[in-house]
Every structure is written in C-alpha cells, then in structure tokens.
Design a protein around this ligand. Structure first.
Ligand SMILES: NC(=O)c1ccc[n+]([C@@H]2O[C@H](COP(=O)([O-])OP(=O)(O)OC[C@H]3O[C@@H](n4cnc5c(N)ncnc54)[C@H](O)[C@@H]3O)[C@@H](O)[C@H]2O)c1
Length: 263
C-alpha cells in the first residue's frame, strides 16, 4: 500500500457501522492499519462486523449508539479515548431515508430524518473535534449524498439533511483548520444495498430479486458510467479522506456517483 493511505497507529470511530457501507469502511480502515471503534443502533450487524475483523487480527471494539442522543455519541468517542488513547478519524455514516411528497410529510418523519442525518452528524463532529483538538490533528469524514445536490422528488427530508451535512462540513472545516483538523464529505450516488433496496422488499422483509433487478437496470441506464456503486467504491473514498493522501484537502466533497452529478 502507498504509505500516504496508511492508518497504522491511528484510531477511527465509525457511526452507522451496521450498514453495508459502514461495514466496508470499517474493513478498509482496518486493512489500512487503524484500530476501530464502531457505533450503531443495530447491534447484531455491528457485532458481526466487529467479530469478523477481530478474527482477522484487527483491534476493534463496539458500542450500541443512538446518534440522535448527544450523550451516546460522546460516550462512543470516550470509548475510543479510554481504549486506544486518541482519536484520529471520525466517520459519520449513520443515516435514514423517508419517501413522501413535501405536502404530505408528517412532522414526526421530518424530525426523525433531520435528527439522525443532520443532528447525529453534528454531535459526531462536536465530540470528535473536542477529542482531536488535544493533539491538534485529525480527519472527520461525513456521509452526504448526491441527493443533497440534485432534485429528487419524494426525498425532501433526506435531501435537506444531506445538503445540511455539506454546509456543516464546510463551516466546521473553516473553524478547525487552524487546529490541524480536516473535515470533508463523501456524496455517493446510487449504491447497491442498504436503503436503496427499500422499494424491493417483500412484506416479510426479504428482497424481491426480480423487482430489484428491474430497479438495477433502470438506474444503470441513468448513470453515465453505466454501473452501480458498491460499498467498496465508497469505502475507498472514505480511506482517501481519512488518510494523509488527502492532507491538503478540507471542506470538500467527493462525488462518488458514476458521473450522475458533475459539479
Ligand atoms: N445506499 C445509497 O445509495 C446511499 C447513497 C448516498 C448516501 N448514502 C448514505 O450512506 C449511509 C449508509 O446508508 P445505507 O444505504 O448503507 O443504508 P442502511 O440503512 O443500511 O444504513 C444506515 C445505518 O444507520 C444506522 N442508524 C440509523 N439510525 C441510527 C441512529 N439513530 N443511531 C445510530 N445508527 C443509526 C442503521 O442501523 C444502519 O446501520 C447513510 O447515511 C445514507 O444516507 C447511501
């Protein structure tokens, strides 16, 4: 591996580690040498990721974390400090999505999406900066989305939250640059797995493969590179932004979307 991508001796916290992307990012960071602290509401998936990485010989701990609760996010960062003595990388991945036209959106759904996608990232940034300031270094990588840059009908709550993540990323990057802390974001387009399977689920929760395949075909046609993103594609962007390979970047967004949106 190019040494610029090496995370040996560094500690990374990942929220939303149960998701396919969180899992891929955890694996990418572990392979680059990082010690990991994983957080998610969904414990089973997070523990499966932890156990797999432990079996591969990596240093990993996890803690059930609701990112909408500031005290729980603080406790996740505390776990990193108490177990590994420092925090070098914070990846804010946890997110939810909700489909409804603006005119029909319930206040409860609006609040839930903003609480997880925006306040959760805000709390993650606050706790991470406090820990990183002690060492005057660190990299925060936030999960935005191409939905924050394009007009996707039915996704107002989600799009607002992901645009807000970008605004937060820029403002915080300007505030903490002098402390040696970088803050960037990744804005994926369509990525296979996770929330993009929600319309192809049967009532029992299992995937309707035929419906999913029709969705894949339709989406692929809209993407200039004619291919769907994978969790590994996103994990590579998260490694770049976490590592010294991006040491001259802050306040930026990487658009990993197959060319769907070209700023
Ligand atoms: N799949 C895509 O195409 C795509 C595209 C762009 C951005 N994203 C973003 O990537 C991230 C992962 O999405 P995914 O598609 O893998 O979906 P997913 O639903 O599989 O993952 C979301 C994760 O967030 C966790 N989570 C939800 N609420 C939480 C809370 N209150 N506290 C802690 N964890 C919580 C879930 O348990 C889950 O592990 C999200 O932020 C999403 O917005 C996804």
């Amino acid at each position: 591996m190019n040494r610029a991508f090496d995370l040996s001796g560094r500690t990374a916290v990942i929220s939303g580690a149960s998701s396919a992307m969180g899992d891929a990012i955890a694996a990418e960071y572990a392979q680059a040498g990082a010690r990991l602290v994983l957080g998610d509401l969904a414990e089973a998936g997070m523990e499966a990721t932890r156990d797999r990485l432990l079996a591969e010989g990596h240093e990993v701990v996890c803690r059930r974390t609701d990112v909408t609760m500031r005290a729980e996010v603080d406790a996740l960062i505390e776990l990193a400090l108490s177990r590994f003595g420092q925090l070098d990388v914070m990846a804010n991945i946890a997110g939810v999505i909700h489909d409804s036209p603006v005119i029909d959106t319930d206040e409860a759904d609006l609040d839930r999406v903003l609480a997880v996608n925006l306040k959760g990232v805000y709390f993650g940034c606050q706790a991470a900066v406090r820990a990183m300031q002690a060492r005057q270094s660190g990299s925060i990588v936030n999960m935005s989305s191409s939905g924050g840059f394009t007009a996707l009908p039915m996704l107002s709550c989600y799009s607002m939250s992901k645009a807000g993540v970008m605004a937060l990323t820029r403002v915080l990057a300007a505030e903490v640059a002098a402390s040696g802390i970088r803050v960037n974001a990744v804005a994926p387009g369509y990525v296979e797995g996770g929330m993009t399977t929600r319309h192809a689920r049967k009532p029992d929760g299992h995937l309707d493969e035929e419906k999913m395949e029709r969705t894949r075909t339709r989406v692929r046609e809209r993407i200039p590179l004619h291919t769907l993103g994978t969790p590994d594609d996103i994990a590579h962007a998260f490694l770049f932004l976490a590592s010294d390979a991006s040491r001259y970047m802050t306040g930026q967004v990487l658009h990993t979307n197959g060319g769907t949106y070209m700023p």
